[in-house]
Design a binder for this molecule. Structure first.
Ligand code: 2M8
Length: 440
């Protein structure tokens, strides 16, 4: 049965729950994704969180982004975790002692990780400003603009391992969809010894059901990939010669292109030239279509740079280029066909939002993290893409299903794709913040 529109009183309750969740996760200058599982500041979480905060606590929205960018590295990389020095050692694995970023060239005074996450921050900054433009928000944009530009330069420069104008990710954690089936093939090539993990203690499985999280073998490889990068002090020089995981991800690169579109708008506010941003956006979209679109499957796939082949898995990552306003009509139609197929179930009336993996695939797992469960962020990105490409019918169906998801499961981290039962952390910040934006 399709999701029924929730009654108005119900929506007010949902809004209150979302605000309470964000308030409880606020930590003097940033928001933690979750008090238990993720007690530090995460990069793309902060962007999603700022988008929701803009509706209720606009000062905090800007503070969130400023705190993150204050930890930007000299080369422009925005670290995926900024560690809270007040927390005890061992509150998260891998912690600052494992990353050892302090001795890396260009690292900030704050303890951070050395990898990045999808660059959704320019889009977030633009949405926060647009929600309530003011002299203060223009000032915040002026501070952020050169930093956002440096972030783009880092990704399209040092990270252009494939030489085609796209950014390569060097770790599955950089995709944000850690254990997506999209990474199974490239991860299988990473030498891993499960015994490695005996030297460390995972922290996540103390707070969430192990059956809902990545496996120990996944973690052994996550650790090995970080060690490879860390041991060369997070340099990006000649990555292809020595690093075991190098992939061009469709979500990451769609975010990269969308960021240039957002920067063109921000440039107009801060008195910079929007032209170069529009040119760069067009080049990224063109490269994304040329390198990551498969006309046979009709969807986008990651490109494994170690084999120069597309990864066959059809995951939700393949739908994310819809966020690009200049995606050509042919690819828009193909992505909509894929999204509306039995694999993902998008429709004007639909019971549940999209899962993270193809429902018909043999390796679809409804409980395990990014291998099947529904998440608010991927659905929110798709919802925006549907509106950008003038599909209000599908956008409305998706929106109803997203509201019903949180109404059933609460502000959980992720949800069973059929029952909407809440999974992972029970008070998760981006679920709350993106709910606020969806409700607005
Ligand atoms: C998850 O990733 C972290 C590693 O960065 C983890 O599993 O410990 C992912 O869901 C990622 O997308 C998210 O940003 C992070 C914090 O919410 O948690």
């Amino acid at each position: 049965a399709p999701a029924r529109p929730a009654p108005a009183g119900h929506l007010a309750d949902l809004r209150r729950l979302a605000i309470a969740t964000l308030d409880a996760n606020w930590e003097h200058d940033h928001t933690v994704p979750s008090r238990t599982l993720y007690p530090h500041q995460w990069s793309w979480d902060s962007a999603f969180i700022a988008i929701g905060l803009a509706h209720v606590r606009p000062d905090r929205a800007w503070r969130e982004l400023r705190t993150l960018f204050a930890a930007q590295w000299a080369d422009g990389r925005v670290p995926h975790i900024v560690f809270n020095p007040a927390l005890r050692v061992g509150s998260y694995f891998p912690g600052p002692e494992f990353w050892g970023s302090a001795t890396a060239e260009g690292a900030p005074p704050a303890a951070t990780s050395g990898i990045v996450q999808p660059p959704v921050h320019a889009q977030a900054a633009w949405l926060v400003h647009r929600r309530a433009p003011s002299e203060a928000s223009a000032r915040a944009l002026r501070w952020l603009y050169p930093r956002l530009v440096a972030q783009q330069h880092y990704l399209t420069g040092r990270r252009d391992v494939g030489g085609a104008g796209l950014a390569a990710i060097v770790h599955p954690w950089e995709s944000g969809l850690d254990n997506s089936p999209a990474w199974d093939a490239p991860m299988a090539a990473v030498p891993a010894d499960a015994a490695v993990m005996r030297a460390y203690r995972r922290h996540d499985t103390a707070h969430a059901d192990a059956a809902h999280r990545p496996t120990d073998l996944d973690y052994a490889r996550y650790v090995a990939i970080v060690a490879s990068y860390r041991d060369r002090r997070y340099t990006d020089q000649a990555l292809a010669g020595w690093h075991p995981f190098l992939v061009e991800c469709p979500l990451f690169n769609a975010a990269l292109g969308a960021a240039e579109h957002a920067l063109a708008r921000i440039a107009a506010v801060v008195g910079a030239d929007p032209g170069p941003h529009r040119d760069r956006a067009a080049r990224i979209t063109e490269a994304l279509v040329r390198r990551l679109y498969d006309p046979v499957t009709g969807t986008f796939h990651p490109r494994d740079l170690r084999t120069d082949r597309l990864v066959p898995a059809r995951t939700v990552l393949g739908l994310m280029p819809l966020i690009l306003p200049d995606l050509p009509g042919r690819q828009v139609r193909a992505v909509l066909t894929e999204a509306c197929s039995v694999r993902f179930g998008l429709a004007p009336r639909m019971p549940r939002p999209l899962p993270t993996h193809d429902r018909s695939a043999p390796d679809f797992e409804p409980l395990r993290y990014w291998r099947g469960p529904s998440w608010m962020n991927t659905n929110w990105l798709l919802w925006r893409g549907l509106r950008a490409h003038h599909r209000p019918d599908l956008a409305a169906g998706l929106r109803e299903s997203m509201l019903a998801l949180v109404a059933t499961g609460g502000c959980h981290e992720y949800f069973h794709p059929d029952t909407a039962a809440g999974l992972g952390s029970a008070a998760f910040s981006w679920t709350a913040s993106l709910l606020l934006d969806t409700l607005a």
